[in-house]
Design a protein around this ligand. Structure first.
Ligand SMILES: [Zn+2]
Length: 407
């Protein structure tokens, strides 16, 4: 067996407490001990992090691409490029996420992901597949390709779910015909059902909760809000998500999708336990501005913030938009940038922001037996970063998969 590794002189975020100076001892692929002034194993390799933060590795439950890799390309090399790039942002686990497209194309992407999962990657771990679509409401399609948005039919999705147990999350609109039956089937199979690109009313959302939906995809994006019917007001998905404790949700805190005020509103309503950070990124994340493709649509990556927006110079400084600039087309952010935004723009402490990127996504995805907390017996997945939340080192399964070169 490999020698144990001891990280010393860290500000250790468990993430429920901050231990400083703290030590984390890793043995094999597991965490052996976490604490202050721990005795170090004789043969341990010592890594002095010199006051940097040590936290559980970040978990991204929603992203379509990054670092030049695109999930829908269904190419193993592109997924591997993504996995290695993501580790540079402190990510240790992620769910490659498909987009609305022909079912055969979605299946090709899923098949490719399952092959890469079987082999493992040299970077962040693939935890499973997140299907975002194609079962959506056209009225809330956002940047999902309208040509491929359809209703869920068991004869389509049952064979797919049976054949690919790597599918662990499905984002769908519960109010369309077949949406509730889909939710029940997902619940039966232990797959997370998430309300997404939905025009549901409060009553529809209550039914969704009864029929297996537990999470809400990117709050405020692709969803209904208060509407009037004959003068009577109906709550939409936004208000239902804020109100119902049964539902967890996720925010794209890239500094563009949501202003700090709306993020604070979500945290005020949901607390620190029912919200996680997701990048919802596309292939240009980690790269620069330019023109790219996403789900068969042209997108522009640029830094054009309207003067009315609350923050002018935030986060990634770039965002992806549809070619006509009518909607955002996912983000180009990295997880460490989201954590930084939660601290600098929203005002959370570093341990609070880290909770939203580690233990919370692990719990929402039912992975908290292994991931999301630095404690004895948990997987040795961790990120080391400085005060600016710049990643210095990333470890997956007890292997150092990224280390920033010393300048
Ligand atoms: Zn979406």
């Amino acid at each position: 067996m490999k020698e144990p590794i001891a990280f010393i002189n860290g500000k250790v975020i468990t993430p429920f407490q901050l231990i400083s100076p703290g030590t984390v001892i890793v043995e094999g692929d597991l965490i052996k001990a976490v604490g202050r002034g721990l005795p170090l194993p004789e043969n341990a390799r010592i890594v002095d992090v010199k006051g940097a933060y040590i936290s559980p590795g970040f978990i991204d439950l929603h992203l379509h691409g990054a670092w030049g890799g695109d999930v829908m390309a269904a190419e193993e090399a592109q997924l591997e490029r993504m996995a290695e790039g993501l580790a540079r942002g402190g990510v240790t686990s992620f769910l490659p996420t498909t987009l609305s497209g022909p079912l055969a194309e979605i299946q090709r992407a899923v098949d490719c992901i399952s092959r890469v999962m079987a082999k493992g990657t040299r970077g962040a771990r693939i935890l499973g597949v997140h299907l975002e679509g194609p079962y959506f409401n056209q009225a809330q399609r956002g940047a999902q390709n309208p040509e491929y948005i359809i209703e869920p039919h068991p004869e389509d999705y049952l064979p797919l779910l049976e054949r690919y147990p790597c599918i662990v999350r499905v984002s769908a609109a519960p109010e369309i015909p077949g949406g509730l039956a889909l939710g029940r089937e997902l619940r039966r199979k232990g797959i997370v059902a998430s309300i997404a690109h939905s025009d549901a009313t409060y009553q529809d959302v209550l039914q969704a909760v009864e029929n297996g939906y537990t999470h809400v995809t990117h709050i405020f994006s692709g969803m209904s809000t208060v509407r009037r019917v004959d003068g009577y007001r109906l709550a939409g998905v936004v208000e239902s998500t804020l109100l119902l404790d049964e539902l967890t949700t996720e925010i794209i805190a890239d500094g563009h999708h949501l202003p700090p005020s709306l993020i604070r509103l979500v945290l005020k309503a949901k607390g620190l336990d029912r919200v996680c950070l997701v990048t919802d990124s596309m292939s240009a994340a980690g790269l620069g501005p330019g023109t790219y493709r996403l789900g068969g649509l042209d997108v522009i990556v640029e830094a054009d913030v309207p003067a009315e927006f609350e923050v002018q110079d935030a986060g990634t400084n770039f965002v992806a938009k549809l070619a006509d600039r009518s909607a955002f087309a996912s983000s180009v952010a990295t997880m460490n940038q989201l954590v930084r935004n939660m601290v600098k723009l929203v005002g959370l402490t570093v341990p609070e922001a880290v909770r939203l990127a580690t233990v919370n996504p692990a719990r929402f995805q039912k992975l908290d037996r292994f991931y999301g907390v630095l404690a004895e017996g948990m997987k040795a997945d961790l990120a080391v970063f400085d005060e600016e939340i710049e990643i210095l080192l990333t470890m997956v399964d007890g292997r150092i998969v990224y280390e920033r070169e010393n300048e």
